[in-house]
Design a protein around this ligand. Structure first.
Ligand SMILES: [Fe+2]
Length: 492
């Protein structure tokens, strides 16, 4: 390692040292759009104690007999203290959900990750920790990234261990059944507190790869299916670009260096980023067997949060799906208006375009844009890193409120898309592929995801057949209550 761990951690975007002090969150309550069911329900706080296990009722259809397992999700669920609202969607405390599905029955439960940030803010009844969009308060001391860790972005299960993920600090180990917090995960003694991105990539055989973002350097984790760290290395990316996600083929890591560059590490983090489109969207391609074997590719300037997955053709051409934005809208705005219940006429994720990036063995990358607006692209876990046809995403923005109304499956081979639109009364979140028993193609999958039913004021878990999305849900389980919108999940 040619850079000390301390230096690396200090260069991380999560080290929000509370230097300049003052108000730390917005305080402008505003009316919710009239004439609509209350979409602000999606941004309300969850109960402080989370949700005890409670059966969900089968509200529609018939549950697939082969769909048995745990559907975990994570997302920010503390968006308000009194009249003070979180100023960025990325800064709410992580609520980790488990929907246990067995023999057609679904049971929901959820717990907040027990972090220093949450403990101190709950005690004070106020937002205190500096964050992605939050300045921070002098009462809150920051010694390192995990002091401000919100553990609010995604979940990963490795060898039965459940981890709540953030992007600028450690993963938090959780009990996979009770959802009690065990604490920050150290993959190796000398990597204690090292960032662990919220978008690890799992190979079909169970090996996990992930990145640690620290300014102009990126750490690479290689973790065995057993959960043991096999390797950790560093590569240089040249700029402190915002890296939320990345992608991987069976042979190469693809690190996307977008032209949204951190030029100032003082909190709030988002204020230090500059959009520098002259750099374009650069991609560092790293050999998985030898991190020193690298090449760069270049695409026009775009901002992104999420990739689907990548694969490699026989001539070395790399293809991957990604949702691209012309500018870093959500990053800058942070969904602050939605958090306050304001509708400004355009949602934070209303402009993301499903795109295929084609990187030839040499020369510039090409962008193949679809006409699909959406977010949270997902692929079949059996084909991660490998050639496949389908990508699914939450799609179809509503005209008079934030969030998606539908789900789309796009086939890159045929160029055809299949969409189901719930209409304006349901807010649609990420959907995951769950392979059907016995099937072999990615169309032989269930798609499982969460939906907020605004009319019923209830959260739902919906299942679709990936081959026939436009037929509508196969089944819907409905809770007796609602929980706030989240980010990402996993199926175990
Ligand atoms: Fe994400």
């Amino acid at each position: 390692m040619d850079l000390s761990r301390r230096h690396f951690l200090e260069a991380g975007i999560g080290v929000g040292v509370a230097g300049s002090l003052g108000a730390c969150a917005t305080t402008a309550p505003a009316p919710v759009t009239s004439g609509m069911p209350d979409w602000h329900l999606g941004y309300k706080n969850a109960p402080a104690g989370g949700f005890d296990p409670a059966p969900m009722k089968l509200a529609f259809g018939k549950a697939p007999a082969d769909l048995n397992g745990s559907f975990y999700r994570n997302g920010p669920a503390q968006m308000q203290y009194g009249d003070q609202y979180a100023s960025h969607w990325f800064d709410g405390d992580g609520l980790i959900h488990r929907i246990a599905i067995e023999n057609g029955q679904a049971v929901h439960q959820a717990r907040f990750a027990d972090t220093k940030k949450r403990r101190e803010e709950q005690a004070a009844g106020a937002f205190l920790a500096p964050g992605f969009g939050t300045l921070g308060d002098e009462r809150f001391s920051v010694q390192g990234p995990d002091d401000v860790n919100a553990a609010n972005t995604s979940v990963l299960v490795v060898n039965g261990e459940l981890l709540a993920l953030w992007e600028a600090g450690s993963a938090f180990a959780m009990d996979a059944e009770t959802l009690e917090t065990k604490g920050p995960k150290a993959w190796r003694d000398d990597l204690k507190g090292m960032p662990f991105l919220a978008h690890p990539k799992v190979e079909p055989d169970g090996r996990v790869w992930n990145l640690a973002v620290g300014g102009e350097q990126v750490g690479i984790y290689r973790i065995a299916k057993s959960g043991q760290l096999e390797d950790f290395g560093l590569v240089k990316i040249g700029r402190a670009a915002y890296i939320h996600d990345w992608t991987m083929t069976d042979r190469h890591l693809v690190i996307l260096v977008q032209p949204w560059i951190n030029e100032n590490l003082r909190p709030p983090v988002v204020a230090g980023f500059e959009w520098q489109p002259q750099h374009g969207l650069q991609m560092l391609i790293v050999d998985k067997d030898d991190f020193s074997q690298q090449r760069w590719a270049q695409a026009p300037a775009r901002m992104f949060f999420h990739t689907g997955s990548a694969w490699e053709e026989s001539d070395g051409t790399i293809k991957f799906d990604v949702v691209l934005y012309k500018e870093p809208i959500l990053g800058v705005g942070g969904g602050a208006a939605e958090i306050r219940g304001e509708w400004t006429g355009s949602g934070a994720i209303d402009n993301g375009v499903l795109t295929q990036v084609v990187i030839p063995p040499s020369g510039d990358a090409r962008l193949i844009e679809t006409d699909i607006i959406g977010e949270f692209p997902q692929v079949d876990p059996r084909f991660r890193g490998q050639r496949r046809r389908l990508v699914a995403l939450a799609s179809s923005v509503a005209a008079n409120r934030p969030g998606s109304t539908g789900i789309t499956v796009h086939d890159w081979e045929s160029g055809l898309s299949d969409t189901f639109n719930f209409g304006p009364t349901r807010m649609v979140e990420e959907f995951l592929f769950v392979p059907k028993s016995g099937g072999s193609s990615d169309a032989d999958s269930w798609l499982i995801g969460t939906v907020l039913n605004l009319k019923a004021g209830a959260s739902e878990v919906c299942v679709f057949d990936a081959a026939r999305v436009s037929d509508g849900p196969v089944c819907i389980w409905q809770a007796d209550y609602s929980w706030p919108l989240g980010f990402h999940g996993t199926w175990a």
